[in-house]
Design a protein around this ligand. Structure first.
Ligand code: F6R
Ligand code: ZN
Length: 195
């Protein structure tokens, strides 16, 4: 059934929506294999299982033409030198794009095509990031003191392919070097000819 017109409010103080239908939580335990420092990952997990990010969504039908939208909140922290981040994914319908608007905090959007082209866009409050069709995307919180809060919009029929990027890895890692972020080659990245 087509959607009825609707609205909600994003708080001007914390960026959170005043209503949502769907709340997804991703804890450290759900991120096995995502962080480069496996030892640090395992050590942290034996002590605690922190919440890395929340996603609040307004539930819409997946009919082509609808636009799914909501807010993701990536909490501050690191595993080894690597900042807390989302899993990242390609859209299952590869030719679908996404727009992000940064409401709070400081971060980067790490993006990559199936051919291995890559891009890293900085995000601060007010930054709009366009993720073109075919680009996998991952949000990284590079501010250890604050949440990274992002509003996003994408076609409702896009779907999510987590498996491909999980298998090949993102080409670039975002690591903390003396209090600043650095873009570093992922030694485990599988180039297209080795997949
Ligand atoms: C939707 C989208 C975002 C992410 C969210 C969590 O296409 O890109 O809503 O789903 O930032 O990231 P993932 O889905 O990679 O765990
Ligand atoms: Zn997406």
């Amino acid at each position: 059934m087509p959607q009825q017109p609707s609205s909600f409010i994003l708080s001007m103080t914390d960026g959170l929506p005043d209503r949502f239908d769907h709340h997804t939580t991703r804890y450290l335990s759900a991120m096995r294999g995502q962080f480069i420092d496996q030892k640090a990952y395992q050590e942290r997990l034996t002590k605690e299982d922190p919440l890395l990010y929340d996603v609040f969504e307004i539930k819409l039908s997946e009919m082509p033409g609808e636009l799914q939208h909501g807010v993701s909140v990536i909490h501050p922290g690191k595993v080894g030198d690597e900042y807390f981040m989302t899993k990242g994914h390609f859209h299952l319908v590869l030719d679908t794009a996404e727009v992000y608007y940064c409401l709070r905090g400081d971060g980067v959007m790490v993006m990559e095509t199936p051919e291995g082209d890559w891009s890293v866009e900085e995000m601060h409050p007010g930054t709009v990031v366009y993720v073109p069709p075919r680009w996998a995307h991952r949000s990284v919180n590079v501010n250890l003191e604050s949440d990274l809060v992002l509003f996003f919009v994408y076609p409702s029929n896009a779907g999510h392919d987590y498996g491909s990027i999980e298998q090949q890895g993102f080409r670039k890692l975002i690591l903390d070097r003396d209090g600043r972020y650095e873009i570093v080659d992922n030694p485990n990245w599988l180039p297209p000819d080795l997949r």
